[in-house]
Ligand binder design. Structure first.
Ligand code: OGA
Ligand code: MN
Length: 292
């Protein structure tokens, strides 16, 4: 079978079917999926119940796995393979995490508009998020199309941001959420990354507006002016017309391109279990992302 695509939104995001993700991908599969990712930026696969190992194998077919903040903060985790990122409110012992736990702090940070690992160099290319246990209400995930955001910018703004770069810092969201107890050594272990505000997506050739909540400075600008401008740009990029909202079903796997979209989780009752597993690849030259 070959890939079938059903658009889910007027601008981006499609439901993908016709390929069994639990089995090794052929080169032709890989090429088709990459071409679809270049066009749609978010692909939703329904009814693909993958084991952790199957998800890791699937992800590795596209490029090297990213560890995100786990590179720096080693924490006792429930899932065995450190490349499987536990997007859940469950602690290392398997219990629903305390309301004020570090686990939930990470979950709340995920409810701010972001691109995974944009605070690192290399940053993330694709992420794949797989639903295992879902709460009875809420907990949807939203995606925003940064290419559409760029296309809709006024000419004046495009000119203004053309050669600007922003600094993305991992602890910016944590500090925003009131978590400030980091030692100097910890801070030094996570230097910020700098990315141009305007980028051309290598797979599609489309220009995009690369913002997100990790961006905390514009290089060469006073902080206050930069933060206001960054928050204006983020508000522009995440207006409702540019957003696809995903309602999860168990067994869904959603793939997105962190280089052309932002995402955020939405509120749910954190006393109820929510378990998803994420794998992410690094945006490095050896990643197999082009649909040549
Ligand atoms: C992620 C993330 C949001 C959510 O897995 O990277 O931001 O809805 N998840 O869980
Ligand atoms: Mn994320």
């Amino acid at each position: 079978m070959s890939l079938t695509l059903q658009p889910l939104h007027p601008l981006f995001a499609a439901e993908a079917s016709g390929i069994d993700l639990a089995r090794p991908l052929s080169d032709a599969d890989l090429k088709q999926i990459n071409a679809a990712m270049n066009q749609y930026a978010v692909l939703v696969w329904r009814g693909q119940p993958l084991s952790g190992q199957q998800q890791i194998d699937l992800t590795k077919a596209f490029g090297p796995l990213d560890l995100g903040l786990k590179k720096v903060f080693k924490r006792k985790e429930r899932l065995e393979d450190e490349h499987l990122i536990d997007i859940s409110n469950v602690d290392a012992e398997g219990q629903v995490a305390r309301r004020d736990s570090p686990k939930n702090l990470s979950n709340f940070a995920n409810q701010l508009w972001h691109s995974d690992s944009s605070f690192q160099d290399p940053r993330a290319a694709y992420s794949m998020l797989h639903a295992v246990v879902l709460p009875s209400w809420g907990g949807t995930t939203e995606f925003a199309d940064l290419r559409a955001a760029y296309d809709a910018l006024p000419e004046r703004t495009r000119g203004e941001i053309e050669s600007l770069s922003a600094e993305h810092y991992a602890l910016h969201t944590r500090i925003l959420l009131g978590d400030e107890a980091y030692t100097d050594d910890q801070k030094k272990a996570i230097p910020p990354a700098v990315w141009p505000l305007v980028q051309t997506h290598p797979g599609s050739g489309r220009k995009l507006l690369f913002v997100g909540v990790h961006a905390r400075e514009i290089i060469g600008w006073p902080t206050a002016e930069a933060r206001i401008y960054l928050s204006d740009l983020l508000e522009h990029a995440t207006q409702r017309e540019f957003v696809y909202r995903h309602e999860w079903q168990v067994g869904d796997l959603v793939m997105w391109d962190n280089r052309s979209t932002l995402h955020r989780g939405r509120r749910y009752d954190i006393a109820e279990r929510r378990e998803l597993r994420r794998t992410t690849i690094e945006d490095v030259p050896e990643a197999r992302l082009m649909a040549a």
